[in-house]
Ligand binder design. Structure first.
Ligand code: KG4
Ligand code: ZN
Length: 344
């Protein structure tokens, strides 16, 4: 079965063609991605209306490119998987409208896919030996969740953020430190040159607290910048130490809570989402958890392959495509009801 995956939930337009055989073995036949970072950079964050228009422009061009480079014809496609949420509504609408147009003209079924389920299953996409039950840590600009995976569509969120996502905490702190958007990786680069210092400590949320919370960190960074502006921007050592403390303030609660779950349940861990690029997070998780797996970086960030894979798995299991709608919020715990199945 050949499945086209379409992702447009935020600022990346991603398409991929994936083939899955009767035994469930999948291979990516081709993929394309267009990032909008340069477009949103000057605004310091994603501008939803601009992002939607960019998706509208990109989708037909990228789709043609994908068919051309893979040599696969649209007539060969058995199913289209499209992200229907969670995400920015205007952006989702672009992907869904494009998918439905293509589906209608070529009589291809269109399958609604949850973006987070895409991230979750990116581990299984690459490493077929990973089988439920296992845990995933989804850490991106919009999500911070520890999820127990018990089967296709069977997810329990064990821990989520009450306010900002981990990537958002990186980016907002970087913004306060006047690092260019998206500043997460830049802040991490500075942090790697820093060390613990008595000058700045991020207030710790109680380690026992069940959920994550990163909004206090922002306030602490804002106050630090306000009170020490001149010294901070004039002293590279102090700047690097502040970045170290911020990174530690985000990474520490992630590692504490994830390793507690992983080791208590004796389950493997899959880490995905853009923040999984963070070297310190990778180092500490690898040190603290029994078995940890990071999908390749291009599939940790948003991409079309993970969306194609989710649709392929459901279609291969005989799931009928539910009615298409778009959802800005769409908890993964609701998926077994949504698809009306209880796969093992
Ligand atoms: O998954 P992703 O590409 O997009 C979505 O949010 O869906 O994640 C992007 C996030 C941004 O917040 C970015 O700053 C963060 O991942 N990020 C990092 C690093 N690389 C990307 N955060 C910390 N350290 C990094 N090395
Ligand atoms: Zn994502």
């Amino acid at each position: 079965m050949i499945v086209l995956g379409i992702e447009s939930s935020c600022d990346e337009t991603g398409l991929a063609i994936l083939e899955i055989d009767d035994a469930g073995v999948s291979s990516i036949r081709g993929e394309v991605l267009s990032s909008q970072v340069a477009l949103h950079e000057k605004y310091g964050g994603v501008v939803p209306e601009l992002a939607s228009r960019e998706h509208m422009r990109n989708l037909p061009v990228l789709c043609e490119e994908l068919f051309d480079t893979t040599g696969i014809s649209r007539k060969d496609v058995d199913g289209i998987g499209v992200t229907c949420g969670p995400g920015l509504k205007g952006c989702l609408l672009m992907g869904v409208t494009f998918a439905q147009g293509l589906g209608l003209s070529e009589k291809i079924p269109v399958f609604p896919v949850n973006h987070i389920e895409g991230h979750i299953l990116s581990g299984e996409l690459h490493e077929p030996t990973i089988k439920p039950p296992y845990l995933t840590l989804v850490v991106s600009g919009g999500h911070t969740e520890i999820i127990l995976v018990e089967g296709l569509g069977r997810y329990t969120c064990l821990c989520r953020t009450r306010d900002d996502a981990a990537g958002e905490a990186f980016d907002k702190s970087a913004n306060l430190l006047e690092l260019q958007y998206p500043g997460g990786a830049r802040l991490a680069g500075w942090a790697d040159k820093g060390a613990p210092s008595a000058r700045f400590k991020v207030p710790r949320v109680a380690r026992e607290m069940e959920d994550f919370s990163f909004s206090g960190l922002k306030t602490a960074v804002a106050l630090m910048v306000k009170r020490n502006r001149e010294e901070l921007f004039g002293d590279e050592k102090l700047f690097a130490d502040v970045c170290w403390a911020i990174q530690d303030g985000i990474v520490d609660p992630l590692v504490v809570k994830v390793s507690r779950e992983v080791n208590a349940r004796r389950l493997p861990l899959v880490v995905c989402g853009g923040v999984s690029a963070n070297a310190e997070l990778r180092r500490r998780l690898t040190e603290k958890c029994r078995t940890v797996y990071f999908p390749p970086m291009k599939h940790c960030i948003d991409n079309g392959a993970m969306i194609a894979y989710v649709a392929a798995r459901y279609l291969a299991a005989g799931t009928k495509p539910p009615h298409i709608d778009i959802f800005s919020r769409w908890p993964v715990e609701t998926l077994s009801d949504f698809y009306g199945v209880a796969h093992g």
